[in-house]
Design a protein around this ligand. Structure first.
Ligand code: B12
Ligand code: SF4
Length: 445
């Protein structure tokens, strides 16, 4: 059976958007789905890397969707169905809103596809597709024994690296704004260490990227995995929570195993916001101490902040920029706290009648989709723009550089900062009209 796997992208992330090759690594989703159906004739179109051809030939089109891409995914789904092709849709957003996705697809894949995708393709062959395939408790009790994702099907030269590997599925926290626990629950599934190491051994080059949302969701697993990585002599990047600062043993293992960069969700300079969003693992007063400690271990930090919580007054932007400068956060990243559907944060704002925008294309954490409490939408947008520009001026880039502790990694620091400086300067071009424009896909309704 001919299966086309599609990953539509929002305007900013599309192949002709603002990132180009320099800031995209290969996502795993489609490459893994391809590996789950080894007997089929599969092609992959990831719209961050290339256009999706409207004249593609396939018996089944399988689309992955997150909230920010859902409207575009539905338009592709409607279009390919109008050509008589069966359409399956899955991913975070259809998992959160399966009934909505069903309006546009022959089958909706709810939750992980590890155990259900092959079944759906078999059913499609027999003309017996079901409306929903659900990864409910017990259907996917483990992600052990996963095949190695088919990265050979990706456009290799369009990514900064193909060396991405998933090892932990799930997070032990439940922050109120996060779509991840809302979609996949709080169970933490881990891949056997030997499987992950075997996959990493297939990688060419020095770099490895872990896209897992929280690498320390299971601390004893993290110790085991990264200890096993030490002999591989790789340089790796991944995501954890700020709790990493309080685990000296694991931090030492991170250093030895080649950890060069971590993405941390600092979220806010207001401790009350951390309580409000259920992320009390973050202690704002520790941020400077934590940065020094990570730098002492040779680890650079992308520090993410989300503006617009109820506790944020108009001074929050300048306070946050100042903290980034004082704490020498290597790569500050700013977004707008976004109520993804299915999350407790969405339910709360919905109850208060504060959701102002339901076009999912604007749920990309860069646009304002609700009424903030202490400022207007315009003030929030102006504030975030100012924070980007303040932190990515040349002067600020040099001021944030912790020469004493991380001079050896200066090249990583400056390359990454130059990339984000470009992002900071371009992102205002992606206004609401650009983000919601899908006229390149024919209308069939
Ligand atoms: C790589 C990545 C990206 C890439 C590619 C995104 C894409 N369309 O795939 C880029 C850089 C473009 C990106 C951008 C964004 N991302 Co992103 N991203 C990821 C990340 C880190 C890894 C994805 C991955 O490879 N996962 C590994 C695979 C194996 O897991 P999976 O994708 O969940 O797939 C499994 C199941 O979901 C299911 N499945 C998924 N799709 C399908 C389809 C079918 C047909 C079937 C059968 C099954 C199936 O089966 C798979 C195997 O079990 C995830 C976090 C994560 N670890 O998943 C966030 C994540 C998907 N991103 C997220 C967000 C918020 C964003 C941004 C809005 C924000 C930002 N600034 O980063 C932007 C917006 C993009 C846009 N509008 O175009 C959120 C999504 C929340 C939501 N409700 O939408 C996630 C979940 C992170 C989080 N903490 O919440 N992202
Ligand atoms: S710690 Fe990160 S991944 Fe986990 S629930 Fe909170 S925001 Fe989501």
């Amino acid at each position: 059976m001919r299966v086309a796997l599609l990953s539509p992208a929002g305007a900013m992330h599309r192949y002709n958007g603002m990132f180009h090759k320099n800031l995209h690594y290969a996502p795993i989703t489609l490459a893994l789905l391809a590996a789950l159906i080894p007997d089929e004739e599969v092609v992959i179109y990831d719209e961050t890397a290339e256009p999706i051809p409207l004249d593609l030939e396939a018996d089944v089109v399988a689309i992955t969707s997150i909230t920010g891409t859902a409207v575009r995914c539905y338009k592709y789904a409607d279009y390919f169905r109008s050509r008589g092709i069966k359409v399956l849709i899955g991913g975070v957003h259809p998992t959160l809103l399966p009934e909505e996705a069903k309006e546009h697809a022959d089958a909706v894949m709810v939750g992980l596809g590890d155990r259900t995708f092959k079944q759906a393709i078999e059913d499609a062959k027999k003309g017996e597709l079901k409306e929903f395939y659900r990864d409910e408790a017990g259907v996917c009790p483990s992600i052990a024994g996963r095949p190695i994702p088919r990265k050979d099907l990706l456009k290799k030269d369009r990514y900064i690296t193909l060396n991405t590997v998933e090892c932990v599925r799930g997070c032990n926290h439940s922050c109120t704004f996060c779509a991840y626990p809302a979609a996949f629950g709080q169970r933490v599934l881990t891949r056997p260490v030997e499987d992950v190491i075997a996959e990493i051994k297939t990688f060419k080059g020095k770099f490895v990227i872990f896209p897992d949302v929280n690498l320390i969701a299971d601390v004893s697993y993290a110790k085991e995995l990264f200890t096993a990585m030490i002999p591989l002599k790789k340089w790796w990047f991944g995501l954890t929570t700020t709790a990493i600062g309080h685990n000296d043993e694991l931090l030492k293992i991170f250093k030895k195993s080649g950890c060069k960069g971590l993405l941390l969700g600092f979220e806010s300079v207001n401790q009350e916001t951390q309580t409000d969003i259920n992320k009390n693992v973050n202690k704002v007063n520790d941020y400077k101490w934590l940065m020094d400690k990570l730098h002492d271990h040779g680890i650079l930090v992308m520090g993410c902040f989300a503006f617009g919580s109820d506790e944020d007054g108009k001074d929050v932007f300048d306070r946050t920029s100042q903290l980034c400068l004082d704490s020498m956060i290597d790569l500050p990243r700013f977004s707008i706290i976004t109520p993804f559907p299915g999350t407790p944060f969405y339910t709360e704002l919905e109850k208060e009648g504060r959701i102002t925008e339901r076009n999912w294309a604007l749920y990309d954490v860069e646009h304002v989709v609700y009424r903030p409490k202490q400022m207007t939408k315009e003030e929030l947008l102006e504030g975030i723009d100012r924070a980007w520009k303040t932190c990515y001026s040349w002067k600020a880039i040099f001021k944030r550089f912790d020469f004493r502790r991380i001079k050896r990694w200066a090249f990583i620091y400056f390359i990454a900062n130059i990339g984000y400086r470009q992002y900071a300067r371009k992102f205002e071009q992606y206004d609401e009209s650009v983000m919601t424009d899908n006229t390149d896909i024919p209308d069939v309704n």
